[in-house]
Design a protein around this ligand. Structure first.
Ligand SMILES: [Zn+2]
Length: 395
């Protein structure tokens, strides 16, 4: 076996220990989860999971919680498992272009306190970092959480992230952040380990942990808003790629002679389906420039032009998503971001495009659903990121 070493790697004891860590890791990531779901998420057999969970319960690391709900089939009470040490906490920070959100959660994934403030984040990174630092102190105080109990901080920024360097990956998207070592700057301010991630990946983590991706090991989360990005979960893990920019679906070329995109290429998906592209289309007929939220509202009220602009955007997004389905064969495509507020008006054309453009097996298998979270997606995702980061650190 390649990679097998002399220190017992590949041996039975090593395998058992590795499986135990996977079960513990899954509990940290998901908060509360049933034994059957642990088996599904880890790919371990039910018998293996049963044995490991029994040991973990004996050693006091894990306990059972009765959720009070009943399983749909069978009528048995849905017993879930969670880690006992819920005195540990994680902090999430979400930077949008014009807001900062901060929250603290315990290891069982209960959000204990959260706060939001409006701020021009793109322009001045240092002010944004200072504001977030103050807000972290505030939420910890409000939830009576000791700083020492915080195992990690997850932080999201609205653009590509260079995870190796801990910096923003594109100078044109967050001009005020260029060259700044975001991760280490924040780490110094807070005195806690910090990890950063882009907004679409955080949306995927939020859906995987609390939302529409909970039952899936393979799904694509599409964030359709001002920009269009994707967070891809493959075999229960976020797919990050070599430098962390996997999922930049917004710059898929749809038309080589199409409109010039801010990224420097022509005919990218964002030139025809992003928030600004939709606004540009419908604003020519309106006296004042509309916001994306207003366009969605008008569409829901029956405005024909706004409806057409959104469904055309859906059709174009579907073309790019079809390519994605061919590549990763997801069980589910979860559509989030502000544009997902348009519901079926957006989802139906995405489904049609996938049917037209993806190979039959990939298209038939994947269902397209709306995300569970829109406004809080990145904040919840940053908490999930912190819980995952803590898992890596303690093992
Ligand atoms: Zn582009």
């Amino acid at each position: 076996m390649p990679g097998m070493s002399k220190n017992g790697e590949g041996s039975l004891g090593w395998l058992r220990e590795r499986n135990r860590e996977r079960v513990l890791g899954t509990l940290r990531e998901r908060g509360r989860i049933s034994q059957a779901d642990i088996a599904r998420v880890t790919g371990l057999s039910r018998t293996t999971v049963h044995t490991l969970v029994a040991e973990l319960k004996d050693s006091g690391l894990v306990h059972e919680v009765d959720t009070g709900e009943h399983e749909i089939r069978g009528g048995r009470p849905a017993v879930q498992l969670m880690l006992r040490d819920s005195s540990l906490t994680a902090v999430g920070i979400d930077f949008g272009h014009s807001h900062v959100q901060v929250a603290v959660a315990d290891i069982a994934h209960n959000v204990l306190a959260e706060r939001r403030c409006d701020l021009n984040v793109s322009r001045d990174a240092r002010t944004a970092l200072d504001t977030a630092t103050r807000m972290v102190d505030e939420v910890l105080g409000e939830a009576h959480v000791d700083r020492k109990s915080v195992i990690a901080v997850g932080m999201g920024i609205p653009g590509p992230v260079d995870r190796g360097r801990g910096t923003a990956g594109s100078p044109s998207i967050l001009p005020g952040w260029t060259g700044l070592r975001i991760e280490s700057e924040m780490q110094q301010r807070l005195g806690m380990p910090v990890e950063i991630e882009n907004d679409a990946n955080l949306g995927a983590l939020a859906e995987m942990t609390w939302g529409a991706g909970r039952e899936c090991s393979n799904f694509a989360y599409i964030k359709a808003s001002t920009g269009i990005g994707a967070g891809l979960v493959v075999d229960g893990r976020l797919l990050r790629g070599a430098s962390g920019t996997a999922g930049e679906i917004g710059h898929t070329t749809l038309d080589e002679s199409g409109a010039l995109c801010y990224c420097g290429n022509r005919g990218c998906l964002e030139t025809v389906a992003s928030g600004p592209a939709i606004i540009g289309l419908v604003s020519s007929g309106h006296p004042e420039t509309l916001t994306l939220a207003q366009v969605i509202e008008l569409a829901m009220d029956g405005d024909a032009r706004c409806r057409r602009a959104i469904s055309d955007a859906g059709r174009e997004i579907g073309v790019a998503v079809a390519g994605l389905c061919n590549l990763i064969n997801p069980e589910r495509v979860i559509v989030g971001g502000l544009l997902s507020r348009a519901g079926e008006l957006l989802l139906q054309p995405i489904r049609e495009s996938i049917r037209r453009h993806a190979v039959f097996a990939a298209a038939e298998r994947g269902e397209v659903v709306a995300a569970s979270f829109v406004e809080r997606a990145e904040l919840l995702g940053s908490l999930a990121l912190a819980l995952q980061a803590s898992d890596k650190r303690t093992h």
